[in-house]
Design a protein around this ligand. Sequence first.
Ligand SMILES: Cc1ncc(COP(=O)(O)O)c(C=O)c1O
Length: 472
Amino acid sequence: MSETPLVDAWRNARSANRKPMQVPGHKMRYLDAADGWAHDLVGDTVRDDIPLQGGVDDNAYSNRYLQRAEELWATAVGADHSRFLVGGSSQGNIAALATVGDEGVPIAIDRTSHRSTQAGLVLIGARPIWIYPQLHPEFHLPIGMSAGSLEAMAKQVNGFFVTSPSYIGTLSDVAALARVANARKEPLIIDQAWGAHLDFIPGAGAMAQGADFSVTSVHKALLGYSQTAVVSMRDGLIPRSTLDRWVDHTTTTSPSGTLLASIDGTRAAMERDGLGRLQLLIEAVADARRRLARVRGLVVLDDNTAGCPVDPTKLTIILPKTGADGVVLGEELWQLGHGPESADHDTLIFTVSVADEPEWVVGFADLLANLIEAHRGEPRTSSPLSVWRVEPEVVLTPREAFLRGRRRVTMAEAIGEVSAEQFCPYPPGVPLLAPGERVTEESVEAIRAASLVCRVAYCSDPSLQSMLIVDQ
Ligand SMILES: Cc1ncc(COP(=O)(O)O)c(C=O)c1O
């Protein structure tokens, strides 16, 4: 059994029966007790909450448990340096971008990236040069960033940021992207939020393929507590201290030892027998895909149907030719207790992880196949979410737009103006319109259409009647 410094220290803290005279305010009185004031309201919700400082470690962090656990993670994923995060991959993206960028510095960024990249750009004032993944000719879904897209921008930019796996599970050839970046000696960041498990398949993770930075959510595809993520880097282009500065700048001063220990435990589990577990899962997903592919008209995303490599643990189906409506199926699945990761009219995405029993994954495919049959209808043409096709006219950098004066206008009046805010269908959390981008008839229509299938988040008027534009 490999070393687990944070898990061991967390267990010791849990059994120490301390009566701390310091934070947290709940005093860890609820670890086991079923009594105590307000136990009925908060006891269960904070039962296992032990802080890092003055809990898992002492106030001075003198045992350096976190540092040791981070070293073990870095070694496991082929990085030189890793930092554990309690602000999700959102924090990782912000910290990684801030590490490679600076005021006015051009960075080539995948426009299908998560909204958190915009927060990073606002923070540092870097200038995004948007690059676009290839789109599937029929389904209009992203099928990977080509090395040529990076090559075309290489002379103009000081860094690259690409998301792989994409939200739907398609993979870019990170090794090819890294060759372009490495030849220019410019850093490549891979947002691998959905692919933490790839780091435990030999040669499949972003760091193993030559990226300079990777960001992974431990809570998405692996076993970590919600909010947990890791940002990793290789030495050479940028000092570790720069990443450390930005991680520290963007995080809480009271990190949860429980969250952090769950990252450590996940790494140890994956090193112990994670690959075997992943292989069983991959076989189960392959079986599930085969069963679903028998449903007439259903397209099941795999390397053949996508035309690019697809994360072998991802289950993504494309419905139009079955006539079934993904939003309706998504609601039924939610009622059955099997809510999908994402559902729009055309596409259903399911997150499958090492915590899922392989038999369950196969059984779920049969349940899903029956549900699609029950909702079969007239085949229709695809109407994919427009987030994958946005090609904005950038007028101001995200930071300039964020800091300028703003005023509220109706959506119709906004056409032709510059957006001061973000409109982000969630999921997948990719902005349809972002600060600094020109508002067009198409963008307003895309926002309206998205609101019919999902929550359009992070805008100031949730009724979508008005928006904030830059007051030029
Ligand atoms: C591609 C991508 N990157 C980053 C994030 C942010 O991850 P987290 O929720 O861990 O902050 C998400 C969240 O959905 C995402 O889809």
